[in-house]
Design a protein around this ligand. Structure first.
Ligand code: SAM
Length: 221
C-alpha cells in the first residue's frame, strides 16, 4: 500500500502494540548530553513525538516541567504509566495524545525537543518543526535530534515492508535547510553529527550517527 494512504495513528498504535516497549526506556544520549554540557536552565519543556516518554521523563527527573505529545494513544498511556510509577504529578510530567499536524498551543516553552521525530508514514516534519519554533519562549531553545544513519539490521525501524516507505536520513545541513531559522530571531548553537554506540543483534558494538541541532530564540517580534 502507498505509505501516504496509511493512517499514521493506526500505524503507530500498531507499531507500539507489537511489544510491551519498543524503545529502551533510556533517555536519548544526545539529548541528555546537550542539556548537561550546555547547562540549560531548568524551566518548561515540550517533547514532540515523545513515544514512551523516556526523554520527557529524564527532563522531569532533572527538574523540568515537561509535556510530552504523541499521536499514539498506546505510547502516551505507557508514558503516563511510567510518570505515575516514578511519582511525578501532572505539573511535573504530563503526556497527551495529539496529532502534530493539527496541534498548536498558547503556551510557550523554555525547551522544545524533537528526538527522532521521523515517520515512515504520512507526516509533515517541516510543518511540525515550524509550528514548534513559534512556541519557544524568548531565550528558550529548540533541540532537534534525528537519524543521520540507520543500522543495517534495523530494517523495521526505517523501512516498513508493507508500506514500502522509508524514513529519510538527515545531515546538519539538511536540518538547517528544513528549519529555515531566521537569523534575526535565532542563534544556532549546535549543528553537528554525533556518534553513539549501539549493540547489534549479534552482541557486537556498532556506531551510529545522529544529527543534532540546538538553536536559541534570541529575537522576538
Ligand atoms: C521514531 S519515533 C521516536 C520516539 C521518541 N521521540 C524516541 O526518541 O524514542 C517517532 C514518534 O513520532 C510519533 N509521531 C508520528 N507522527 C506523529 C504526529 N503526526 N503527531 C504526533 N506524533 C507523531 C510516533 O508515534 C513516534 O512515537
Amino acid at each position: 500500500m502507498d505509505s501516504t494512504q496509511v493512517d499514521p495513528e493506526t500505524f503507530w498504535d500498531e507499531r507500539y502494540g507489537e511489544s510491551d516497549a519498543i524503545w529502551s526506556g533510556h533517555v536519548n544520549v544526545a539529548l541528555a548530553d546537550v542539556v548537561v554540557e550546555r547547562e540549560l536552565e531548568v524551566g518548561t519543556a515540550l517533547d514532540l513525538g515523545c513515544g514512551e516518554g523516556a526523554d520527557a521523563l529524564w527532563l522531569a527527573q532533572h527538574g523540568w516541567r515537561t509535556t510530552g505529545l504523541d499521536i499514539s494513544v498506546v505510547a502516551v498511556q505507557r508514558a503516563q504509566a511510567a510518570a505515575k510509577a516514578q511519582g511525578f504529578s501532572a505539573a511535573q510530567a504530563r503526556f497527551e495524545a495529539a496529532d502534530l499536524m493539527s496541534w498548536n498551543s498558547d503556551q510557550k516553552f523554555d525547551l522544545i525537543t524533537a528526538s527522532f521525530l521521523q515517520s515512515p508514514v504520512q507526516f509533515d516534519r517541516t510543518q511540525a518543526l515550524h509550528v514548534a519554533q513559534d512556541l519557544v519562549a524568548p531565550g528558550g531553545r529548540l533541540l532537534v535530534i534525528s537519524h543521520a544513519s540507520f543500522p543495517p539490521w534495523a530494517k523495521d525501524h526505517h523501512e516498513d515492508a508493507d508500506h514500502e516507505a522509508k524514513h529519510e536520513t538527515t545531515t546538519p545541513e539538511s536540518e538547517l535547510e528544513l528549519l529555515q531559522l531566521d537569523e534575526r530571531r535565532w542563534s544556532v548553537e549546535i549543528a553537528e553529527l554525533r556518534s553513539r554506540e549501539i549493540t547489534a543483534p549479534d552482541g557486537k558494538l556498532a556506531s551510529l550517527d545522529d544529527t543534532v541541532i540546538l538553536a536559541r530564540r534570541t529575537g522576538w517580534d
